[in-house]
Design a protein around this ligand. Structure first.
Ligand SMILES: [Fe+2]
Length: 244
């Protein structure tokens, strides 16, 4: 398994506070069968310069690598969870993408950003596939799933958090996103070893074998930095009984 969304790097954001916690998180990932991990600390270009972010990320990675030493660990690659901003398109995105072709994008939680569709289309045209982080957590998508469908049709992919697949409030929409190819990755979005611990071990208990096989095709293409595995998205229907 590959975990594409984690806050394991020590002392850089609201994730692992220090190297000891990072190492415990890595052990938990390994135990869950995760062999490859993207380290994706938060990056917001409206509050931090990209140069400062890259410098902090590199120094956190060096501290972690020193602490790991020669212990067997999952393969680690640097990335970022990038806060949406219309200014994104002016940034040297090659510094913050996952490999060369994918960008993990976090949207504002309280409002649907006005120009997001155009930004997604511009990223897609420049060869970068935006992956919308934890699509199930945005109220505007749950209230109006057509908004999500429209962004996926414009070139985005979607990710859901594993914990949401067991959460009473979020699981209906999260599963509908996976079943309709509006989400293509499940990830831990782990922040610590307490309330947001690594939880990829839950995946085989929650999802069917055929769904896991499909998700592996998307994540293998990402890890190998290939063009996204083909998918045909469908609109989610919202009914009084939930989503389908
Ligand atoms: Fe995150």
């Amino acid at each position: 398994m590959i975990d594409i969304h984690t806050h394991i790097l020590p002392g850089i954001d609201d994730g692992a506070r220090n190297e000891n916690i990072s190492i415990k998180m890595l052990h938990a990932e390994l135990k869950a069968g995760v062999q490859q991990i993207f380290l994706t600390p938060h990056f917001n270009c409206e509050t931090t310069s990209i140069d400062a972010f890259i410098e902090n990320r590199q120094s956190a990675f060096e501290r972690l690598s020193d602490a790991v030493g020669s212990e067997p660990m999952p393969e680690l690659r640097l990335g970022a969870e990038v806060r949406y901003s219309p200014a994104l398109l002016n940034l040297p995105l090659e510094e913050i993408v996952l490999n060369n072709n994918y960008l993990l994008l976090e949207l504002p939680f309280h409002h649907y950003p006005a120009h997001i569709k155009q930004v997604i289309m511009d990223l897609d045209a420049s060869g970068i596939t935006p992956i919308l982080a934890h699509v199930e957590r945005y109220r505007f998508f749950r209230d109006d799933p057509e908004l999500l469908y429209s962004l996926i049709q414009s070139g985005a992919m979607g990710q859901v958090n594993v914990s949401s697949l067991e959460d009473k409030k979020d699981k209906g929409f999260a599963k509908a996103c996976l079943n309709n190819s509006l989400a293509h990755f499940v990830a831990s979005d782990t922040h610590n070893m307490t309330d947001r611990a690594p939880c990829m071990d839950m995946v085989p208990h929650i999802l069917s074998e055929s769904m896991i096989e499909l998700l592996e095709k998307y994540s293998d293409a990402l890890w190998e930095d290939e063009t996204p595995y083909y998918f045909d998205a469908h609109e989610i229907k919202k009914t009084i009984f939930g989503y389908k």
